[in-house]
Design a protein around this ligand. Structure first.
Ligand code: C5P
Length: 457
């Protein structure tokens, strides 16, 4: 383990050291993390690092951390708690409900500093939306190089590409340790492991109109551009192609997307990719983006403990996680097929009512994928059914919209005041609102979006 390479300067570095000292004083802490990819990476880094330090850390993954969850936690009488990927916005509730416990918050959502020790890029002049994930913050505290790759996987899971600022520093360090190797390629899944037609037909981020989900169309497309799918008996993968063939494939895809009036910007098609050379070759774990989807699959399909086990490197977890990944990707394909035909223009935003059709665990991912097929000129808001008479809301924007003033985390939090709970990042945020208040919510959200456009940040 390499301790405290001076990756960051000044106060943030100091805060990380303070946090590590607090964590090391804990004897039997519970690490409580969010259920998405970044939350699992952060939870995995913290739990794995603590266990390597000989501390008997337990782990729990939850879907949200609101006042009710904090009150319930207080009743459990946990004395040592580390929150990961949430908690920053709940400082006051944590302070009052968990006053007798030793608490550390490692988060990257918009938050305020308070009495509880918190490591959060937002509090140190860095962007938690674009420059550092919760996993990056967790890695900055523990600096255990066995988990360096997870800092990159977490950032990718939280849509922080291209990696800049703090993320870039972490990447440079992770490359030096040999945990990550970056390059520029087509960014779909299965570059190394999938036969070409599957490589295209399974593409979901970005979604390829006319190709995703249609293997016959993919065979025809490859034939049309003159790319051989087989060499002898062996199906070829993208990484088997020559440089010239890769160029032909990319040109062909650009022409195809153009012909289908697709809105996918070129940098979502081709860009920086991250191989993870220490992970098992030919599995989804050897590519940071596939790893991130695999963790999302575990968390969002109700099996976060498998995601944590994969992060920590427990034996056997990988096989189980791959079955979840297949199920997840099928659900995403079905979700986007529905969303493509059901999204409405609500003036200030696009609206997808997926109640009873798309599961609340993946509705946010589907909302983000919609930008592959609809105009990128306004935010997307999606509804799914949630528990106890509530609606799960997910919203997504683009970087350009954020530059133009959109801040979904703040707008959702405001629109939910008194009728639910909401928050998150400027580019991706979520909420839960009582079902009988959704009209009120929709009006308030539309007004909020309109206001933020007229008052750019
Ligand atoms: O659930 P979804 O993927 O749409 O959430 C997007 C982002 O908003 C996540 O980072 C999540 O942590 C955050 N969020 C939040 N408060 C909520 C719901 C979601 O901060 N009530």
């Amino acid at each position: 383990m390499v301790m405290f390479l001076s990756m960051f300067e000044g106060k943030f570095e100091e805060r990380c050291k303070e946090a590590l000292a607090l964590a090391k004083r804990m004897r039997h802490p519970i690490v409580i993390n969010h259920y998405d990819c970044d939350g699992l990476c952060a939870g995995g880094i913290i739990t794995g690092s603590l266990r390597k330090l000989g501390i008997r850390a337990r782990n729990r993954t939850v879907r949200k951390l609101g006042e009710e969850e904090i009150r319930l936690l207080a009743k459990e009488n946990e004395k040592e708690i580390i929150f990961a990927d949430f908690g920053g916005a709940m400082g006051e509730a944590i302070e009052s409900e968990l006053a007798d416990s030793s608490v550390l918050i490692i988060d990257h959502h918009q938050a305020k500093d308070g009495k509880i020790l918190q490591v959060n890029p937002h509090l140190f002049g860095m962007s938690g939306d674009f420059e550092m994930s919760a996993a990056g913050a967790a890695y900055s505290v523990f600096r255990d190089d066995d988990f360096a790759h997870l800092a990159i996987v977490g950032a990718i899971g939280d849509m922080q590409e291209p990696l800049t600022g703090a993320n870039r520093k972490i990447l440079e360090h992770a490359e030096k340790t040999g945990a990550v190797k970056s390059g520029t390629e087509l960014r779909f899944f299965g570059r190394n492991s999938r036969p070409l037609a599957q490589f295209l037909s399974y593409a979901s981020e970005p979604y390829l109109p006319g190709l995703t989900g249609d293997t016959d169309a993919c065979h025809a497309f490859l034939k049309g551009i003159g790319i051989e799918e087989k060499k002898g008996e062996k199906w070829r993968s993208y990484s088997d192609l020559s440089k010239e063939e890769k160029r032909i494939l990319v040109d062909g895809l650009v022409d195809h997307l153009f012909a289908h009036s697709s809105r996918i910007p070129l940098d979502e098609l081709i860009g920086e990719v991250f191989d993870l050379p220490r992970q098992p070759v030919g599995t989804p774990l050897s590519d940071a983006k596939e790893f991130s989807t695999l963790l999302n699959a575990c968390g969002r399909q109700g099996k976060p403990e498998i995601g944590i086990a994969v992060c920590i490197g427990e034996e056997g977890a990988q096989e189980e996680s791959q079955a979840l990944l297949r199920k997840h990707r099928q659900a995403l394909r079905e979700g986007i097929a529905y969303a493509e035909n059901s999204t409405e223009d609500f003036g200030e935003f696009y609206f997808l009512d997926a109640r009873g059709v798309i599961d609340d665990g993946i509705v946010g991912v589907v909302a983000g994928m919609l930008y592959g097929v609809i105009r990128r000129d306004k935010p997307i808001l999606a509804f799914a059914l949630y528990e106890k008479g509530e609606i799960k809301i997910s919203s997504r924007a683009t970087k350009k919209l954020v530059r133009d003033g959109i801040n979904l985390g703040a707008t959702l939090a405001e629109a939910c005041a008194g009728i639910g709970v909401g928050g998150g990042h400027s580019i991706a945020a979520g909420a839960q609102v009582k079902e009988d208040k959704i009209n009120e919510f929709l009006l308030a959200f539309g007004e909020g979006v309109g206001k933020s456009k007229s008052e750019p940040a």
